[in-house]
Design a binder for this molecule. Sequence first.
Ligand code: FEO
Length: 172
Amino acid sequence: MLGEKIEKAFNAQLNAEGWSAYLYLSMSAWFSSQNLPGLANWMRVQAREEMVHAMKFFDYIQSRGGRVNLTEVAAPSFEWKTPLDAFENVLAHERKVTGLIHALVDLAAAEKDHAASSFLRWFVDEQVEEEESAEAAVCKLKLAGDAPGGLFLLDREMAERVFTPPAGSKDA
Ligand code: FEO
């Protein structure tokens, strides 16, 4: 059985992951409006990954006998100044999510919920990858900013990203 504090915190994280999907979908739409379909594709794939993250919490809460409590998802931003501005927003957001996951790890330890601690390990590792890919995109955009045609080439590269559901995911 899931303790009350963990149940509440996991529901909050379910909401935060859903909001992340919303944010990246909004960015995808913005990149489309800027005629950058590759960057729009990257964000669309990212949004699907966030829904997988959300569904992991959705399933886990229920597998432990908890109650999923879906709450309002706030509207994300609608405009960014430049592609670099958007990806700097991604990086800042992922760093914030890492902090949220680490706070959950601390809570699970404090509650002596070893099963929850084990569940969260996947997210700790995932956040390392999330920050790494956002940092890589920020670096590439900074380089592209000074090179003629750089953004065009980067957009072509980002078009190749495909959604790969994690092993064991029900949401393939
Ligand atoms: Fe669900 Fe991008 O962290």
